[in-house]
Design a protein around this ligand. Structure first.
Ligand code: FAQ
Length: 311
């Protein structure tokens, strides 16, 4: 009976046994995993665009090779995550249609422009830094395919973060212009990075249920605090500052206090009205359209092979 199925499901969650694609699961559990994993996949794919902007203008062969490798890793993460999402019963075509029609969300962070070379370092340090904290906890998420994808993705993401920090470190020891460029990039990416963790816990519609199902292991505010505490120490090594006059060690809490996020800006970007939302979706739609003949040729080839094999 449904009651028995629910009990078995709950026992697995309680006993830290992963839920697998063919296991029974509540419809809402399936849906929210599909929502989160597909949004995560879209973020990786759209996330290639801001950095892709600088591949042709990287300042050296070495930097260009590193950036190319990083952006390719992001494509790989996206495809890997689409596979995990497909196990929940939605086709990849449908997911991609939902992205292109504006129905599906992707991370707000990728709707900001990359204005200077230093932005590549700031993205690596701050954006990948935020992504890792979130993904380290997701390595223990209750849905098996998602958890396993995260383990692999986190390894590459750590490399991404280190390359970003190293790149900023070089700039921070450079000419006055390079130092200024480094500080400017940090100033512009700091607040949007804090927004990556999502709304405050009190405004987070999905958190309660996702924590109960162990899809999320830490709340948005917990992860954001962890990120702030980490960055305050790291920025000292760069000899730079974070653009928040309210940052202050709070002895009683054992954490840094920080200023209020501009939530109007956050929701505006989430709703599609950020500085680059339109540009990003246009770029994805164009790439999809231009790749149509490749998909059709691959499908025709696969069909021919199938007929050959059957003969
Ligand atoms: N942007 O109830 P909650 C990367 C939406 S890292 C846009 O708290 P939840 C690597 C949320 O979907 C970035 N929308 O939601 C990389 C929900 O709307 P819905 C990707 C946001 O799911 C680095 C509503 O607000 N990482 O790609 C955002 O419990 C460099 C209410 O929010 C992931 O996706 C936002 N920032 O918690 C690539 C990690 N925040 O869906 C290239 C996996 C919230 O009900 C270059 N995802 N919303 O219509 C998660 O951990 C969670 O989904 C959260 C949000 C924590 C993002």
């Amino acid at each position: 009976s449904v009651h028995d199925l629910e009990n078995t499901f709950q026992r697995k969650i309680d006993e830290e046994v992963k839920i697998e694609p063919k296991d029974w699961m509540p419809e809402a559990y399936r849906k929210t995993n599909l929502r989160q994993i597909s949004q995560h996949a879209h973020s990786e794919i759209v996330g290639m665009l801001p950095e892709g902007n600088w591949i042709s203008r990287a300042p050296s062969l070495k930097r260009k090779a590193i950036l190319l490798a990083k952006v390719q890793d992001e494509a790989g993460h996206g495809l890997y995550l689409y596979c995990a999402a497909e196990t929940l019963g939605m086709s990849r075509e449908q997911m991609i249609d939902d992205l292109h029609s504006g129905k599906a969300k992707y991370s707000s962070i990728f709707n900001y422009p990359t204005l200077t070379w230093a932005d590549m370092g700031a993205i690596g340090w701050l954006v990948d830094g935020a992504a890792i904290l979130n993904q380290v906890m997701l390595c223990r998420t209750s849905y098996g395919p998602y958890a396993r994808a995260m383990v692999r993705i986190c390894k590459e993401e750590s490399f991404h973060q280190r390359q970003g920090f190293e790149s900023l470190l070089v700039l921070s020891k450079g000419t006055p212009e390079q130092k200024a460029m480094c500080q400017d990039a940090i100033n512009r990416w700091w607040w949007p990075s804090l927004m990556m963790f999502g709304p405050k816990d009190s405004e987070s519609t999905n958190s309660d249920q996702s924590m109960k199902w162990k899809i999320k292991r830490k709340t948005n505010d917990e992860l954001r605090q962890q990120f702030v505490d980490m960055c305050v120490e790291q920025v000292k090594l760069l000899g730079m500052t974070l653009p928040d006059p309210h940052l202050k060690w709070n002895e009683a809490r054992g954490h840094y206090d920080f200023g209020e996020i501009d939530w109007n800006e956050f929701w505006n970007v989430v709703k599609g009205n950020g500085p680059c939302n339109k540009q990003r979706l246009d770029a994805r739609r164009k790439a999809h359209e231009e790749g149509r003949w490749v998909r059709e040729a691959a499908a025709a080839h696969a069909e021919k092979q199938k007929i050959k094999a059957a003969k």
